[in-house]
Design a protein around this ligand. Structure first.
Ligand code: XMP
Length: 496
């Protein structure tokens, strides 16, 4: 942080004040010497080892992030955090859906039996409307015994009464691979062997999946351009877990045998509780190579203690969210810009990225959050109205389309179990206190268009502050305090 920013926040703190987005704006700075690069660098990190191409993260809420949102966020260079109000098995399945998206892998492909006649297979293709003609062949015990492809159909018309086993390429002549082969290894093997299909075979001989060369090639090219991908070219995904004993089991399931989960978010409204520290400790001992982001907190001292206890990222925000009532019900929580700054400056020397979670209402808030010290912003309301958001679509009495958006501690979410997933419910509480509201937001179309605007606005703001990268913006952008009339002046006021 530069000296001017430190001095600004010191002055505010000395007065016993804390600021939020509408209390501040950013200074422009002059740059007579060097033109800014084009494009500016908006890559960032969600945690120590998890990089993003864009600093946007979708909230771990049951009306925001399930696999559809997580896929789109990663495709847009950011990250989706799957919410924890899912059963462990459901959460695992959603992680897999993200990882298999765009991978060129067909999991559990359709198979045919070796005793089927070719005509039976042709009939099935017609009735089931299959557009493909590649099938792994299995025997009566479900074991892989061979492969038929488009060639079998194309050149064997006259053989349609023959059985599949007579026409297939038998297993010993098929290039195949074990079930855990990743897309990059599959691509290398298929290129070397010059094959278009690669069946993946489980230890018991059954078929796990099928890679198709052209789709792998397409997906590697697309994924490696702007998408946020792991070292195997798969889309990155995060998942929230509660601060209790179920965290370990959930992470074990989600990671699976192939490091499917990129980062876990230990998610609680009270992120510096005994249970948060304890679960962090357990997760780091059990999975030392998995990044754990912990939140939510709003105090510098807590950020420091969590970072020293092993957190790989810190999530800041107690009560700034659009659907939150924590501050009203409990009086707890610090205005978000001060919370971000205090936490960021407390862990600055520890290389622990900070995620500013909640309260982003206008695009300019994103730039302010980063200028105050955040590496990424987590958004709920901003994304809740999009097609990909997990909330239900509704038609309002005015005929307009809405999407349901609710706090994880809203009355309806408490009933459905969402509040427990984020630690709002104490063990002895029969009727938990709502700390959020149930609401709806206007439908906004595809998430791509919303993120595009967020990105444009952030880049524009960085141009005004003359920042070449987000790091530059975070270190050097200067804030100043605005009055209420300054804020009124900032908004359209033609009718005033
Ligand atoms: P926005 O403003 O983006 O905020 O809609 C999303 C964030 O709000 C938090 N959250 C809650 N906070 N009561 C709260 O006090 C709740 O019921 C609740 N549900 C979500 C969460 O951090 C989310 O990312």
């Amino acid at each position: 942080m530069n000296e001017a920013k430190v001095a600004f926040f010191d002055r505010i703190e000395q007065q016993g004040l804390a600021l939020t987005f509408d209390d501040v704006r950013l200074r422009t700075s002059a740059n007579p010497d060097n033109p800014l690069p084009d494009p500016l660098d908006i890559s960032s990190r969600f945690s120590r080892n998890v990089e993003l191409n864009t600093p946007f993260v979708s909230a771990a809420m049951d009306t925001v992030t399930e696999s559809r949102m997580a896929i789109s966020m990663a495709e847009l260079g950011g990250l989706g955090v799957l919410h924890a109000a899912l059963s462990p098995q459901e959460q695992k399945a959603k992680v897999r859906t993200v990882k298999y998206a765009n991978s060129g892998l067909i999991p559990n492909p359709k198979t045919v039996n070796e005793t089927d006649s070719l005509q039976e297979v042709i009939n099935r293709c017609e009735t089931e409307n299959y557009h493909f003609r590649t099938f792994p062949v299995i025997d009566n015990n479900g074991k892989f015994v061979g492969l038929i492809t488009g060639r079998t159909f194309r050149y064997r018309d006259e053989d349609s009464t023959k059985t599949v086993s007579e026409l297939m390429t038998p297993s010993d002549q098929v290039v195949k691979a074990p079930a855990n082969v990743e897309v990059d290894e599959a691509y290398t093997l298929m290129t070397k062997e010059e094959v278009n299909t690669l069946p993946l075979i489980n230890g018991d001989g059954s078929v796990k999946g099928l890679y198709i060369y052209d789709s792998i090639k397409r997906s590697i090219r697309a994924n490696d351009s702007t998408h946020n991908v792991d070292s195997h070219h798969r889309l990155r995904v995060a998942a929230a877990v509660p601060t209790n004993e179920s965290a370990i089991e959930r992470v074990k399931l989600m990671r699976g045998s192939s490091d499917f989960l990129d980062v876990v978010v230990l998610d609680s409204a009270d992120g510096d509780s005994y249970w948060a520290f304890r679960t962090l400790d357990e997760l780091k001992s059990e999975f030392p190579d998995l990044d754990v982001v912990v939140g939510n907190i709003s105090d510098g001292e807590s950020a420091r203690m969590l970072a020293e206890a092993g957190a790989d990222g810190i999530k800041v925000g107690q009560g700034p969210g659009s659907i939150c009532t924590t501050r009203i019900e409990t009086g707890i929580g610090k205005p978000q810009v001060s919370a971000i700054y205090e936490c960021a400056s407390a862990v600055e020397d520890l290389d622990v990225p900070l995620c500013a979670d909640g309260g982003i209402r206008n695009h300019g808030d994103i730039s302010i959050a980063i200028a105050a010290g955040a590496h990424t912003v987590m958004m709920g309301k901003m994304l809740a109205g999009t097609e990909e958001a997990a909330g239900e679509k509704l038609t309002g009495p005015d005929g307009r389309i809405y999407k349901k958006y609710r706090g994880m501690a809203s009355p309806s979410s408490i009933k459905d179990g969402g509040a427990a997933a984020r630690g709002y419910v104490g063990a002895s509480e029969e009727t938990p206190l709502p700390e959020g509201v149930d609401d709806e937001v206007h439908f906004r179309g595809p998430v791509e268009s919303v993120i595009k605007l967020c990105k444009q606005a952030l880049i524009k703001s960085m141009k005004y502050t003359k920042s070449r990268s987000l790091d530059d913006h975070r270190k050097n952008a200067q804030l100043f305090r605005v009055t209420n009339s300054g804020m009124i002046e900032s908004m359209p006021h033609i009718k005033l």
